[in-house]
Write a protein that binds this ligand. Structure first.
Ligand code: 4HQ
Length: 224
């Protein structure tokens, strides 16, 4: 899969070079192309934002540099073009799986108050929100999308991990423990060291249910 990311702050994407996503890139399973929108400005001062028509606080990203960047990176519109915004469809695990089936995704990151609406109208296929809160830019949401989608590319993580995880079952995860058997006075639940796999599965299912009921009762209703 190839993911293009258009941003005014390419240096924010350093985390994608590390850990599991870094390895996915190094192995060639995932290609991430970070594009600096400022490279496409025609202004001699490399200006990419301007004051909003109609007045109001903050700055708006100008349409020309973004439009030229999109046309340069995806001239034949092969990518699904996504703009990160609290106005968009909410990013859920179903959406992760849907996107993981695509060959190409382009993520446009706005900063400041937002981008000129005409860029969205002319070039964007879908607006996507990672949740009901306001950030300073779309860069962190874009990284969340890259990370969540990359996990579903073949060979990026063990398939058992995908099957096991919360949301596959519609429930939150049970608690995990590793050595030592006792830490700061707290012992690992005995069932987990019993070697009785039937009982372990039962205990984990019970814990998942308790945690889901407490924190996300809406998920339990959906699953039944
Ligand atoms: N943004 N989910 C873009 C977000 C956001 C979100 C704030 C993105 C401001 C310009 N994006 N701008 N939540 O808060 O995707």
């Amino acid at each position: 899969m190839k993911i293009d990311v258009l941003t005014l702050f390419p240096e924010m994407f350093a985390p994608l070079k590390t850990s599991i996503i870094g390895r996915a890139v190094d192995s060639g399973k995932l290609e991430i192309n970070i594009v600096d929108i400022r490279d496409y400005t025609l202004d001699k001062h490399k200006k990419c934002d301007d004051t909003p028509f109609g007045g109001g606080a903050g700055m708006v990203m100008m349409p020309q540099p973004i439009a030229d960047a999109i046309k340069a990176v995806d001239p034949n519109h092969e990518a699904k073009r996504i703009f990160l915004s609290p106005r968009g469809r909410v990013f859920k695990q179903e959406v992760v799986i849907e996107f993981s089936k695509l060959d190409r995704i382009l993520l446009l990151c706005g900063h400041y108050e937002g981008v000129d609406q005409r860029v969205i109208d002319l070039f964007i296929d879908e607006e996507l929100s990672i949740g009901d809160f306001v950030l300073t830019g779309g860069e962190i949401p874009a990284m969340a999308v890259v990370d969540a989608v990359a996990r579903y590319i073949d060979g990026v993580i063990k398939s058992e991990s995908l099957e096991q995880e919360s949301f596959a079952s519609g429930m939150l995860e049970y608690p995990h423990y590793t050595r030592p058997q006792e830490f700061m006075g707290l012992k690992v639940p005995e069932v987990l060291t019993s070697g009785h796999h039937g009982k372990i599965d039962e205990w984990r299912a019970q814990k998942s249910k308790e945690i889901t009921a407490k924190n996300r009762p809406d998920l339990l209703e959906k699953g039944e």
